[in-house]
Write a protein that binds this ligand. Structure first.
Ligand SMILES: Cc1ncc(COP(=O)(O)O)c(C=O)c1O
Length: 358
């Protein structure tokens, strides 16, 4: 398995991609969050020592560890998607500008369900509880108990099912279909895209908070939602020049393999400590965007991500190994990939510290 893949299918951003992800959708999501009491832009941390090590002009890390008080960037996705769904249903029933009471009544009609590697469930739960609704979160056996505990403390019912993310997703989907519950998935597939599209649009808000144009964006991926948010938003706002690099665990490189094969692929994968990135199949929407808009796909080992987390801590930024995986992608690039991506002393890198230290 190669460590990197330069995207031979890279193409320009068109109206087709803008319809999915673009600055117009971001403006809507950002105005939603501006009205939310827990919202404030996350800090951008300069990493001068790491930039020296990587031989670039600067590295700025978007530090998502305190986002909405929920610990990761995922807070922007599930919460936004729940609010949009509740509002849409309420408008259908009651017409435009539904009251708070009508929104709560709509939310109470049936539970909201998702599968999660941890953070998405937290986000959905927080969003559902704001309307007084019932959140149910399916976790696979390998999701750490601390996430289950956190979810329960936020008001979710937690159900353990399956041994990986895909199996917990199948269980969530089956329960949603059987009981008529509302599925709030952060992944998407043929016939199920509306909710996950809102999830990705919510994530774009974090890039909207950045003022300066980067030359390179390194972003870690599980099913690819965050990376797709980066790709669509960056192309619409900053054009074709910034290079977008998608970083996956060596144990689960579903986007890299899909790009290499030119079609959405499933990988068998091995074990990894990068639990939130341990996804075997891309999200369909993410694949649609990244297959054309990303410049490269690279993998990192657990050790590389853990080393990056230590280096970030030395610069006073505390993120988990998952949270450091984007930066690890930059630090572990092979020389040929580095050259192909035009990385050098003038490069200004943007990376995302997706979650705090665990
Ligand atoms: C901390 C963290 N980083 C990155 C990701 C990857 O996001 P996506 O699955 O949208 O690619 C996740 C997903 O759960 C996550 O929790």
């Amino acid at each position: 398995m190669e460590k990197s893949w330069l995207n031979t299918a890279r193409d320009v951003y068109t109206a087709k991609e803008r319809e999915l992800i673009g600055v117009g959708h971001t403006a809507h999501a950002r105005s939603f969050f501006r009205r939310h009491p827990a919202y404030s832009p996350s800090p951008l941390r300069p990493l001068p020592v790491l930039a020296g090590t990587a031989g670039v002009a600067s590295i700025q890390l978007k530090d998502e560890s305190r986002r909405m008080g929920l610990g990761s960037f995922k807070a922007l996705g599930g919460m936004y998607a729940v609010a949009r769904l509740v509002r849409a249903e309420a408008e259908e029933r009651h017409g435009p500008r539904p009251t708070e009471e009508q929104l709560r009544a709509v939310a109470a009609r049936t539970p909201f369900v998702c599968a999660s590697a941890g953070n998405h469930g937290v986000s959905m739960t927080a969003g559902v509880r704001e309307f007084g609704g019932t959140p149910i979160v399916f976790l696979s056996e390998d999701v750490p108990e601390r996430f289950a505990h956190r979810l329960r403390s936020l008001g979710a019912e937690v159900r353990r099912s399956g041994s990986d993310y895909e199996q917990s997703m199948a269980a969530a989907l089956e329960a949603a279909e059987r009981h008529g519950w509302r599925l709030i998935s952060d992944s998407s597939w043929d016939g199920y895209t509306a909710v996950p599209l809102d999830v990705i649009r919510g994530y774009t808000v974090l890039f909207d908070e950045v003022d300066d144009t980067p030359t390179h964006v390194f972003v870690q991926a599980g099913v690819g939602g965050l990376a797709a948010a980066a790709a669509g938003y960056v192309r619409d706002r900053w054009g074709e020049r910034p290079r977008i690099v998608v970083v996956e665990p060596q144990a689960a490189p579903c986007l890299l393999v899909s790009a290499r094969e030119g079609r959405m692929a499933r990988v068998e994968g091995g074990r990894t400590v990068l639990g939130r990135l341990d996804c075997r199949e891309p999200s369909l929407l993410a694949w649609r965007l990244l297959s054309r808009l990303a410049d490269a796909f690279v993998t990192v080992t657990d050790e590389e991500a853990e080393t990056a987390a230590r280096l970030l801590a030395a610069e006073n930024v505390r993120v988990s190994a998952c949270g450091a995986a984007g930066a690890a992608g930059l630090l572990s690039l092979q020389p040929a990939t580095r050259t192909a991506l035009g990385l050098g002393p003038d490069s200004r890198v943007l990376a995302v510290g997706t979650e705090g230290a665990l």
